[in-house]
Design a protein around this ligand. Structure first.
Ligand SMILES: Nc1ncnc2c1ncn2[C@@H]1O[C@H](COP(=O)(O)OP(=O)(O)OP(=O)(O)O)[C@@H](O)[C@H]1O
Ligand SMILES: [Mg+2]
Length: 157
């Protein structure tokens, strides 16, 4: 079966709007959903993830941009794994953290620097491309692969 891709772009003005956008996405998520975040340092991936956590009813105390922690687990309406691959150097290191085990389960998984795991990820996922558009503007392009993710993007739009 083939699915057509589904794209949606939106710009936020400041971290609060980014969190709100993440929150809207978080409310739409179901078990097993995989969200891949792409964007340079400071693009807003962690801020966006904080919003997702809020939308999933994760109680506060969300750790921002953990310096050494690669995987953080949160409990909200569903379990949420927040994985930051920035410090991992190759596919072997990414396999070693057990990425495929996280993805298999019933949790929602959000991955920063997901391009580093290309090859380990299922084709069906929601990819979000963040770009710094100057000042406090950030553009978010959502690209759905697979019916489930098209549904999510439609829900956002
Ligand atoms: N519209 C915006 N959305 C999100 N963050 C913004 C926005 N405008 C300014 N910022 C600032 O940009 C920074 C985003 O940091 P954040 O940690 O979320 O980025 P990141 O993509 O996770 O970076 P890293 O790759 O280092 O993990 C924050 O300092 C935030 O205040
Ligand atoms: Mg980050």
């Amino acid at each position: 079966m083939t699915y057509k891709d589904f794209d949606y772009t939106i710009t936020t003005n400041g971290p609060d709007e980014t969190k709100k956008l993440g929150e809207r996405l978080g409310r739409l998520l179901k078990e097993g959903d995989i969200i891949c975040l792409h964007g340079e340092l400071g693009a807003g991936k962690t801020s966006f993830t904080q919003g997702i956590a809020k939308g999933m009813d994760v109680a506060k105390a969300f750790i921002t941009s953990p310096t050494f922690v690669i995987v953080n687990e949160y409990k909200g309406r569903l379990a949420l794994y927040h994985i930051d691959l920035y410090r991992l150097n190759n596919i072997a290191e990414i396999e070693d953290i057990g990425l495929s085990e996280y993805l298999k389960g019933e949790a929602v998984t959000v991955i920063e620097w997901a391009e580093k795991a290309e090859g380990l990820l299922s084709e069906e996922r929601l990819s979000v491309y963040l770009e710094n558009s100057g000042g406090d503007k950030r553009s978010f392009t959502f690209k759905a692969t697979g019916k489930r993710y098209e549904e999510i993007v439609q829900g956002l739009g």
